[in-house]
Design a protein around this ligand. Structure first.
Ligand SMILES: Nc1ncnc2c1ncn2[C@@H]1O[C@H](COP(=O)(O)OP(=O)(O)OP(=O)(O)O)[C@@H](O)[C@H]1O
Ligand SMILES: [Mg+2]
Length: 234
C-alpha cells in the first residue's frame, strides 16, 4: 500500500486571545493521497485557513498528529519543517504576495534561489513554469502591470516551480471574477493531470466548490463531511 501524502489525526488548534479561547479546528482527521484534488469548504470562520496552515506546516497544532509522506512532522524542529515546506509543498495565498519590485520571472525564480540553485537554472525553470500557466511573453512584467488573474497565475507558477508534491491554496479565486476563477481552476486541473501535483484549496464560493471532486466541509472548526461523489474521483 502506498504511503498517503498527508495523514492528519485529531488535529486541534485553539487560539487564545486574552481570556477567550477560540476553536480554530477541532480533531480534524483526514488523509490525502498523492495527486488528489480537494477543496476545504465552509462558511467564514469555519476553520479553513487554520486547517490549511496546519497541513502546510505554517502553524503547529495544540493536539493531534500529522504525517507528510510518512514522516511524523510533530517531531521536527523549525528547520526540518522549513525544509519539508520548501521541498514538498507549494503555496498560493489569497493576496498572492508577489514581490512588487521583481519581474514575473524573478518572482517565480525566487522560490528556487532560496534553495540555493544556480541562478541560470532558476530562471530557466521559472520561464518553463510561467509557460505552463499560460504567461509566456510576460516574464519581464512587474506584478503591478498585470491583471489580478495574471498575478494569481504568477503565484501559481511560483507554487509549482519547485515540483512540489502538494500545493495548498487559501481562497485562490477570492479576488477574481467568475470567469477568471473558472480559468484558474482549469489550470489547477491541467497541472494536476499533467504533473501529478496534488491540490488542496479552500473556498466558500459554491461555483468553485461544485467543480472539485472531493469536498471537505467544515463548520465551527469541525469536519462535518468529506465526500467524493461517485464518478468524481480524481
Ligand atoms: N490568530 C487568531 N487568533 C484568534 N482567533 C483566530 C485567529 N485566527 C483565526 N481565529 C478564529 O478561528 C476560527 C477559524 O478561523 P479561520 O481563519 O480558520 O476561518 P476560515 O474558514 O478561514 O474563514 P474565512 O472564510 O473568513 O477565511 C474563527 O473563529 C476565527 O475567528
Ligand atoms: Mg480563511
Amino acid at each position: 500500500m502506498s504511503v498517503p501524502l498527508l495523514a492528519a489525526r485529531g488535529l486541534t488548534r485553539i487560539y487564545a486571545s486574552g481570556q477567550e479561547r477560540v476553536v480554530g479546528v477541532r480533531e480534524a482527521t483526514l488523509s490525502f493521497a498523492a495527486g488528489e484534488l480537494a477543496v476545504l469548504a465552509g462558511p467564514s470562520g469555519s476553520g479553513k485557513t487554520t486547517l490549511l496552515n496546519l497541513l502546510g506546516l505554517l502553524d503547529r497544532p495544540d493536539a493531534g498528529r500529522l504525517e507528510l509522506l510518512g514522516e511524523d512532522v510533530s517531531t521536527l524542529d523549525d528547520r526540518g519543517r522549513a525544509r519539508l515546506r520548501r521541498e514538498k509543498l507549494g503555496f498560493v495565498f489569497q493576496s498572492h504576495q508577489l514581490v512588487p519590485v521583481l519581474s514575473a520571472e524573478e518572482n517565480v525564480a525566487l522560490a528556487l534561489w532560496i534553495r540555493g540553485l544556480p541562478e541560470v537554472d532558476c530562471r530557466t525553470r521559472a520561464r518553463a513554469a510561467l509557460a505552463s500557466v499560460g504567461l509566456s511573453g510576460m516574464e519581464g512584467r512587474r506584478p503591478d502591470a498585470m491583471s489580478g488573474g495574471q498575478r494569481q497565475r504568477v503565484a501559481v507558477a511560483r507554487a509549482i516551480v519547485g515540483e512540489p508534491a502538494l500545493v495548498l491554496a487559501d481562497e485562490p479565486t477570492a479576488s477574481l471574477d467568475s470567469e477568471t476563477a473558472a480559468r484558474l481552476l482549469d489550470l489547477f486541473d491541467a497541472l494536476h493531470a499533467e504533473k501529478g501535483i496534488a491540490f488542496l484549496f479552500s473556498s466558500h464560493d459554491p461555483r468553485i466548490v461544485e467543480r472539485v471532486p472531493r469536498r471537505i466541509r467544515l463548520v465551527d472548526g469541525l469536519i462535518v463531511s468529506d465526500e467524493t461523489p461517485a464518478g468524481g474521483a480524481s
